[in-house]
Design a protein around this ligand. Sequence first.
Ligand SMILES: Cc1cc2nc3c(=O)[nH]c(=O)nc-3n(C[C@H](O)[C@H](O)[C@H](O)COP(=O)(O)O)c2cc1C
Length: 174
Amino acid sequence: MDKIAIFFGPEDGAVDRVAQKVKNAIGEEKVVMIPVKGATVADLEKYDKIIFGISTVGKETWHTTYNNVDWANFLPEIAKTRYEGKTVAVFGLGDHVTYGATFVDHIGLLGRELMKNGATLVGQVPTDGYEFDDSEAVVDGNFIGLPVDEDFEPELTDERVKNWVEQIRPEFEF
Ligand SMILES: Cc1cc2nc3c(=O)[nH]c(=O)nc-3n(C[C@H](O)[C@H](O)[C@H](O)COP(=O)(O)O)c2cc1C
């Protein structure tokens, strides 16, 4: 069976923690963990089943973000491949209290970039159960990936991850 690649970044923070939870929920032996720091299009092209994990740490552009350097460097690699025929999903870390007006915006930025390059995203999530004012991650009334708030709702993370992994299981065929 094809392995599922989880491209995640940055390392050692909330994204990393949640990426491990997603891996464990899928089954460790079925997953390859790839930090986006230093990853290239060659890494992306090796996999037909890809989950991306990102955080929102600044709302303007990739290049003015506070410390999302890993993703700022990796984003140009995303556009160098096509995603038709690949199974692709995104989860994203955010903070709905301090940043309610830009909640998990980078799920939206990344998701749009992927869709522009032919991806059909699986794992869309209803906004029910989330409190926020605005989010670039909402398209046609749903989040286009899984939002997770480890700053203010860490007690909900395990359930959110578990439900989402069950949701994407048929498309990812694991
Ligand atoms: C400078 C800064 C800006 C942030 N901006 C946003 C934001 O616009 N939207 C949001 O949902 N979360 C925002 N956050 C919250 C982070 O996304 C959240 O703390 C996340 O868990 C960080 O994960 P990481 O440590 O793996 O990068 C911001 C955090 C920082 C430090």
